[in-house]
Design a protein around this ligand. Structure first.
Ligand code: ADP
Ligand code: MG
Length: 336
């Protein structure tokens, strides 16, 4: 049974429910100033001179931020049963591109759509755990123990998050030792896949937050996954390294995991006010065409703020542009 990450809490985190439409952030006053955020991110609406809420997805009406026709993604239908999970690795060997932010917020948005979600912190930095309010130093056991110790199962380490339906497999700096310890293991790239297998029937989606490298931990994530989501920051060197990442995905597909495919490239930290951001996005679409999600994530200070409070933007600022963008991404991912 998953423990709760609420301090001292054996109580289930269901003191609010998504279905009731009451989210904790809505009572905390973080969500009232979309106008400020609009000014911050430049996601200004052009339809009525700025009087309505800013669109979650920047772009002209009917078009996405890259100028492509914007499809309407259906609301995901409710599920009457769950599993087996679709496993997605959030991967880019460049740091600071939005992997962890996207893991938390895509996960929370999928959970709002009634999906059972497991987030796997697979970075020894433990940023995913921190971003969900867990102090990684306080943990007795983490994903590291599941990988390395006989007899420690995912269930022994799982934590419930404050988002109903979303669990966390936390990590901390211990995981950095696994990279070395696993080198001499038989089938060393399959260790994570084997560890996750018993819980896949319990979840609809598993998101693995990879570390910024293409080392053995990331190879384990790619071997455990069916799909890869590549977050790309809309900055000058965004495309550097993506070719190498694609080659790595191809190699893993050929040698370790035939079902692996790139599910999509997610443009993050997009600022529609700058020509630079728009040019980078245009290059990304030119290079990867349909692989690029129509949904792009705008740059907003709301994301760094959510790390400080340790919760997803979907509850911290439920009607903010950032929250709406990740909900839209969740619909787009489920429609793929
Ligand atoms: P990664 O996991 O790829 O290293 P993070 O998700 O940790 O990247 O993001 C790096 C930093 O950028 C964090 O401080 C995060 O809060 C911030 N950030 C992420 N996405 C955005 C965004 N859309 N707008 C502004 N800041 C962002
Ligand atoms: Mg990260």
């Amino acid at each position: 049974m998953a423990k709760s990450i609420i301090p001292g809490g054996s109580e289930p985190p269901g003191t609010f429910s998504v279905s009731s439409g009451v989210r904790p952030g809505s009572t905390r006053g973080h969500d009232t100033d979309d106008t400020d955020e609009t000014a911050d991110s430049g996601l200004e609406t052009r339809v009525d001179g700025g009087h309505s809420a800013a669109p979650a997805i920047p772009g002209l009406p009917g078009l996405d931020a890259a100028g492509r026709p914007m499809p309407v993604f259906p609301d995901p239908p409710p599920l009457d049963r769950h599993g087996p999970a679709w496993v997605l690795a959030m991967c880019n060997q460049k740091g600071g591109v939005g992997k962890t932010t996207s893991t938390i917020n895509l996960g929370a948005a999928l959970a709002e759509w009634g999906r059972r979600v497991l987030l796997v912190d697979f970075d020894p930095q433990g940023a995913l755990s921190v971003g969900l309010g867990v102090n990684p130093h306080d943990l007795d056991r983490t994903i590291y123990n599941v990988l390395i110790e006989q007899g420690v199962a995912v269930d022994d380490v799982l934590l419930k998050t404050n988002t109903p339906g979303m669990d966390l497999l936390p990590s901390n700096i211990d995981l950095s030792a696994a990279e070395i310890q696993l080198v001499n293991e038989v089938a060393r790239e399959h260790v994570l896949a084997r560890a996750l297998a018993p819980v896949l029937p319990d979840y609809d989606i598993v998101l693995i937050d990879c570390q910024p490298s293409l080392g053995l931990l990331t190879l384990n994530a790619l071997t455990a996954a069916q799909g890869v989501i590549i977050p790309l920051e809309c900055e000058f060197f965004a495309l550097r390294g993506v070719a190498l990442l694609m080659q790595t995905v191809d190699k893993v597909k050929l040698r370790l995991n035939p079902q692996l495919q790139v599910e999509g490239i997610l443009a993050t930290m997009f600022d529609p006010r700058t020509l630079h951001s728009r040019e980078v996005l245009a290059r990304v679409v030119e290079a990867f065409s349909d692989k690029v999600f129509h949904t792009v994530i705008g740059r907003t200070v709301r994301f760094p703020e959510t790390t400080v409070v340790g919760e997803p933007i979907t509850t911290y600022a439920p009607s903010s542009v950032g929250a709406r963008a990740y909900r839209e991404l969740a619909k787009e991912v489920l429609a793929r």
